[in-house]
Write a protein that binds this ligand. Structure first.
Ligand SMILES: NC(=O)c1ccc[n+]([C@@H]2O[C@H](COP(=O)([O-])OP(=O)(O)OC[C@H]3O[C@@H](n4cnc5c(N)ncnc54)[C@H](O)[C@@H]3O)[C@@H](O)[C@H]2O)c1
Length: 143
């Protein structure tokens, strides 16, 4: 069973972040610039939460607020779900399904090591299934 560590090993090391006093507009510009859907939020250097497109849709657009007048800290998720490098991919899928989240923060010994998206997990599972199919086809064909 593959683990979180295996997925992080094939991803870029960088975690894209923003400070909690930035405007939502600036955060959205960062999302577009990096072509991602979430940013880790820091306050005084410490991780304070996670800002995602979902927060924007639900807590700015639908509330009739303006992204230029709203700060990231007002709408971020202050309790992102975390995993550790030794957790399995199955465990991560379970968490995302149970908690209805699309991102997990990876911590090791109290330090932020990375971020996993639902897309990362799905991509891995599809690749894993293809590997199994190829293996079975080879077996059936006697290769
Ligand atoms: N993740 C993939 O490898 C992948 C592959 C093919 C298609 N897609 C599609 O793209 C869409 C969204 O994908 P997603 O669920 O991966 O979300 P996403 O667009 O937010 O993430 C894209 C990639 O960026 C990474 N990422 C996201 N936020 C980050 C951050 N703050 N710092 C560093 N890395 C960050 C993710 O881990 C993922 O690898 C979906 O429609 C999905 O099907 C994703």
């Amino acid at each position: 069973m593959k683990k979180v560590r295996d997925l992080l090993n094939v991803k870029a090391d960088v975690v894209h972040e923003i400070t909690d006093d930035a405007t939502v507009f600036l955060a959205l510009e960062q999302l577009v610039d990096k072509n991602i859907g979430a940013l880790v939020v820091r306050r005084n250097g410490e991780v304070a939460g996670l800002f995602s497109e979902r927060d924007y849709a639900r807590k700015v657009v639908l509330k009739g607020k303006s992204s230029r007048d709203t700060l990231v800290r007002e709408i971020m998720n202050e309790h992102p779900i975390t995993v550790c490098p030794e957790d399995t991919i199955e465990h991560c899928m379970g968490l995302m399904t149970d908690k209805l989240v699309r991102y997990l923060l990876v911590y090791e010994q109290g330090e932020l090591k990375g971020i996993l998206s639902i897309g990362d997990l799905v991509k891995h599972i599809i690749a894993d299934q293809q590997h199994t199919i190829d293996h079975l086809q080879n077996y059936i064909q006697g290769n």
